[in-house]
Ligand binder design. Sequence first.
Ligand code: ADP
Ligand code: ASP
Ligand code: MG
Length: 846
Amino acid sequence: MGEQATRIEVHKFGGTSLADAERMGQAARRVAEVATSARVVVVASALAGVTDTLTRLGAAAAAGDRQQAQHLVEQLSRRHMEAVDALAAADDEPLRLELERLLGEVWAVAQGVLHTGELTPRSMDRMLATGEKLSARLLAHALRGQGTAAASVDADTFLETDDVFGEATPLGPVADRTMAARLAPRLDRGEVVVVTGFCGRAPDGATTTLGRGGSDLSATVVAAALGAASVTLWTDVDGIFTADPRLVPDARVIAQLNYREAAEMSFYGANVLHQRTMIPVAARGIPVTTRNTFAPARPGSVVDGRFTPGSHPVKATTAVRAHGLLSVEGKGMAGVPGMAARVFAALADHGISVTMISQSSSEVSICLAVPSDQSRRAEAALKRAFRPELSRGVVEEVVVRDQVALVAIVGLGMARTPGVSARVFTALARQRINVLAIAQGSSELNISLAVDEVDVDRSLRAIHEEFGLHRRDTGQETAGALDVLLLGCGKIGVAVADLLADAGAGRFARLGLDARVVGVCDRSGYLFEPTGIAPKRLARALERKASGEALGEQDGGLPGSARDLVRHALGYRLSRPVLVDVSDAGDAHEAFGEAMALGCDVVTANKKPLADAAAVFADLMTLAQESGRVIKAEATVGAGLPVMDTLEMLLAAGDRLTSAEGCLSGTLGFVMTRLEQGDALSEAVAEAVRLGYTEPDPLVDLSGVDMARKAVILGRLSGLAPAAEAELSGLVEGVAEDGPMELDALVRRLAQTHDGPMAAAVADAAAEGKALRYVARVSAAGVRVGLESVPLDSPLGQLRGTDNMIVLRSERYDPRPLVISGPGAGVEVTAMGVLGDILRVAAQRS
Ligand code: ADP
Ligand code: ASP
Ligand code: MG
């Protein structure tokens, strides 16, 4: 150990990680490595299978089977001596003697049991703890064999617990001081301390055990006492999975869990962690990582205080078997106070622990689950406690159902996501699985339900599938990550990518967010990188795209549509994924639908999906509602102008929009102003094209289609005209029908047929004290877009040049309307509008 190392790490090795001398050697090498930069406490489990063998030894002795008992002790002796041989360290005679002494003790206890015929929990614990004592000595020996100073210390000499043999609980802070006093001096001397897992010392000095799998708890108790920096649990799988990997083949490793999530999982049967593992460390914020001894390079799962909802409300599903379900039923119970309390009290008096409780809202039954071996006692206790009510018929019956399992669905994100229970039930109903009872904790971190034991595996798989838990975890589900899928990579796409790349410092950092583009697509294909496309690489790809090399053809590019990108990307466990559409694809609504169904929010600058047929829009809204996702579309109406945001605020504050009108085209605004200044229409259009104000085909502007789309979106999203389609008359009629034409031809054509009438219309309006404007009107009656004369002194009449204006009339803004005006087009302001929406989505998901 380095002189200055003050950081303490606790490393616990499970039974399979210490199964034989070879693995013991691997474990020792790992510890030696860590010990070069930290003080290390190792917590050792018994070699794989040894605790089971000791349990059988106890049973054999209790049954008076001396021969079997002897055979088992010999088996244990052989196994451990073989390990000593294989470690082949010099000077192992003292170790052999020590192991023999321990096995001699076990044999002595077994003989006592054989003699009395009685196996007390106390003697059982004494035998069980020997498994850990044997392995701790072996591991310390292996460490010394590699030149690392190490000593083993038995936890039953310093880890104080209560005296509930077989399931003891470590005592609090006082015990912590004893522990620190015992271990710290050795660490100070630079030794690695190998502590026996699983066991402790009762107040009277007897050896206790902490319950099966208890070494996990030993590790966290020791870590808390020493103020360790971290705990690592080395086991035989890659980490904590979304479900028991033996039962659900698709299960995936969860990169990060909150303490509460992990605790809930272990409580409901995830035996990768002892049930009480997190208690000592949660309050102190010591992270606990679970890693695979056989694949040490993999990151494993970290359990800490962070809450990372990601896109998945549900993190895992687990099950605990061997339960009985009791129900206390009676119509007379409704409204009687304290029934549930009496049920609990009756069971607590008999030391029966209740795993789950649920009460129907009608209060005519209370249903609870207890471990199978306690269900008959529980039944008797309840019948006794409610004898008077049973005889009076207030309680009609106490029913027990055996062979029941409890399935839990765990995830902190569930608290914010409606409809999780409904999805669970639908998924189970589809498999024809009968749910016997359901309970949801008040924390909403867990939904648990009872099913017949025969249905457990199918239940787990159905739930796992329903919540997409099989999706790959990128291991990057970090607290602040915000993953963007970019559809389209034209000028606006480039600007958005730039803003995101330098946003880290300010805009997102304020929200504690780290935004990154994970996917980008054009019509040819896409690039996707689940951990984020490095900003430089993204910038290069977009440059190459601008110079003609489609994404699908670039290095690492994949062929496929926007929808393919969405499907591919959301197969990964992304963090707060947002689909950002800056394309002008007409079929983007398909990608929107897919994205929302897979747990992704949508931000769009593309008007087409929301301005498509009313039925398409209605479908998108239904999907958004069902999936709990949002579609933000600020940049579709007035680019960066805060139109939708303002509207949302008004509506949220209880106002109601009554009508809206606006000039929503910079091009047409420019043209109208030129007309007022006396220019001919044809000249004004030619000038607008020269200045780059128009779409590549100026007829798209002149036809009013683009503006109509904006108005339709405004009507639909504001709820004013939810099914609106636009009634549209263009600025110039009868030209588009001739088909696309060159600018010169267009100008000539306009000069011939439109300049005269238009000049006359402008003059007529002026004569009436009015101004000619190309206006979109939205009301409950629908959306109308066309030329109008408006009073010169009205807001629209005052508008000049390329600025957009939107006039909102609501119950509160009446008679004077709310007017929003400013530049309504341009790459920069549009990109800002998009970024604003991304920030709003992020804030909502934080
Ligand atoms: P150790 O001896 O290392 O403490 P355990 O056998 O106690 O190991 O725990 C690891 C085992 O837990 C795995 O092999 C796995 O089969 C089982 N397990 C059950 N549920 C889960 C889960 N959700 N994630 C990971 N492993 C689980
Ligand atoms: N050896 C004990 C058991 O098998 C404790 C542990 O492994 O955590 O349960
Ligand atoms: Mg374990």
